[in-house]
Every structure is written in C-alpha cells, then in structure tokens.
Design a protein around this ligand. Structure first.
Ligand SMILES: Nc1ncnc2c1ncn2[C@@H]1O[C@H](COP(=O)(O)OP(=O)(O)OP(=O)(O)O)[C@@H](O)[C@H]1O
Length: 264
C-alpha cells in the first residue's frame, strides 16, 4: 500500500531568545494510505510538534517529511486537513457559512462543492440547521460543523489534535464513532494526538508512543485486527482491548519511573 506520510530521521529543535530546545529526535515513521494512527505520550513529548511538521507549519531541523511522496515545504500541503480541540468557528457566521469557509478561502466554493457541504451537513446530523449560529449549538454539534469544514476541502490526510478532549464523555464517544466511521468510509489517512489511551486503542490501526526529553519513539504497536474491525464503542468490549491498554499504560509507568516525564 502507498505510504501517505513518511518521516525520515526527523528532528526538531525550537530556538528562541532563551536558547535551543530539542523537541523531537530522530523520528522515522511511515503512515500507510488509509491507516489511522494515534500518537500518545506524556505532556511535552512532541506530539503537536510532530503534527506541525507533517502539515508544514514547521520545518524540521533535520530529516525529511513527505506526504504522498512530496516533500513538505513551509506553508503546508493542500492534501492535509486539521481538526483541533477548539472548533474555531466564527461566531458571526451561520454554521452553514462556517462549514463552507475552508472551500471559500481556497477559492473553490461553487455549486458542486456547496452540494458536497450540504451532503456532509446531513451526514453529520446537521441537516436543516445551516442558518443557526455557533452559540446556539452544543460543543459536540460545533465539532461536527468543524468536521464538515475540514472534510469539505477533501483532504487525503487528517491531523486530529485532541479533537474530543473538551467534550463530555457521552458526546466524546458519539463523536469518536462518527469520525471513525466517516474517515473509514472515505479511506482517509488520519493521525490522532490524544492523552486518552482508551481512545487511541479504540480508534486506531496503530498506536505510537513517544517519550519526552527529547521526544523519541518508544513503541509502535499494531492494534489487533478484531479491535480494528469494531467501531470505537464496540472496540472497548472486544477481546484483547484491555490487554493492549495495560501494555501501553505500563509504558507510561516505566517513563514515570525513569523520571522521563516532563510537563511542557
Ligand atoms: N515555540 C516553542 N518554543 C520552544 N519550545 C517549544 C515551543 N513549542 C513547544 N515547545 C516545547 O517542545 C516540547 C514539545 O511540545 P509539544 O507541544 O509538541 O508537546 P506535546 O506532546 O504536544 O504536549 P502536550 O501533550 O502537553 O500538548 C515541549 O517541551 C514544549 O515546551
């Protein structure tokens, strides 16, 4: 299968007035097309930095990042979409106008792409609501609008930076189901950053563990087929789920004992 994202011996050092801070060291990682991976690790281990390197917001200090074989240059790659913890909806725009904003900014909003947005709104359970404003919606609904906005530009790779962490537990589970089903159905490649080991195992094909100071790869674990075949909700009740959770938890504990945990 074609590789969607490739990191080849990537390191990143932040330099500011106070000095240089090595955030990531020698990361090599391949994400196959259509694969869903999660990045987990203690605070400050470089998860968000890694997403910024994939999207081209940051340029690596050393090594190369490629998306579908194309070297990522500063300024980003068109084939990438972002979904973040905050929805960043504009309060003065209707949710319909927020949903089509990405297309508008790319100069690609026309009758055909508007139809795509309308279809996505329906699919996300937001049909007939496009004239409402963000303040009239729940957190979960707002995140669904943000998902429509992201998917409308038809990115091949989605970078999900803790998109469920600000939601209440029930809404979080519902949105995990929706995001997972939607991305799988479309064959999208996804990289999820999360602090929630359960979420990582329930949603992913592979879980990557980073350790801090500086951020390095600690483990790269395949999620068993039985769990992957289930939806995130069902995955939690599937054989092997708790075993994998405990293996990952053990890695966090060993980092704590090793004194490697930082608070970035
Ligand atoms: N602009 C910056 N300048 C200097 N250091 C930075 C900068 N941005 C991040 N860092 C440092 O780089 C390290 C990695 O940060 P990053 O945000 O990627 O970690 P993270 O794993 O996403 O953290 P968290 O789980 O808390 O969100 C941290 O120690 C952080 O303090």
């Amino acid at each position: 299968m074609e590789s969607a994202v490739e990191l080849d011996h990537v390191s990143h050092v932040y330099v500011n007035g106070r000095g240089a801070y090595p955030a990531l060291l020698d990361i090599s990682l391949t994400v196959r097309q259509g694969e869903f991976i999660s990045l987990i690790g203690p605070s400050g281990c470089g998860k968000t930095t890694l997403l910024s390197l994939i999207s081209g917001l940051l340029t690596p200090t050393a090594g190369n990042v490629r998306v579908f074989g194309e070297k990522v240059e500063q300024g980003g790659v068109q084939r990438i979409g972002y979904m973040l913890q905050q929805d960043y909806l504009f309060p003065w725009r209707t949710i319909g106008a927020n949903a089509s904003l990405g297309l508008e900014l790319l100069g690609r909003l026309d009758a055909a792409s508007q139809k795509l947005v309308d279809g996505l709104m329906e699919e996300m359970g937001l049909g007939g609501q496009s004239q409402r404003y963000p303040h009239q919606l729940s957190g979960g609904m707002r995140q669904r609008v943000a998902l429509v906005r992201t998917l409308a530009t038809e990115p091949d790779v989605l970078l999900l930076d803790e998109p469920f962490s600000a939601l209440d537990y029930q809404t979080k589970l519902q949105l995990e189901e929706l995001v997972s089903g939607t991305l799988k159905a479309r064959g999208k490649t996804a990289v999820l950053v999360t602090h929630d080991i359960t979420e990582a195992v329930a949603m992913s094909d592979r879980v990557i563990v980073l350790q801090p100071n500086p951020g390095r790869l600690l483990a790269d674990m395949e999620v068993p087929e039985l769990i992957r075949a289930a939806s995130p909700l069902k995955a939690r009740e599937t054989e092997g789920f708790h075993e994998l959770f405990h293996r990952l938890w053990g890695l966090f504990e060993s980092m704590d004992k090793g004194g490697g945990r930082s608070h970035g």
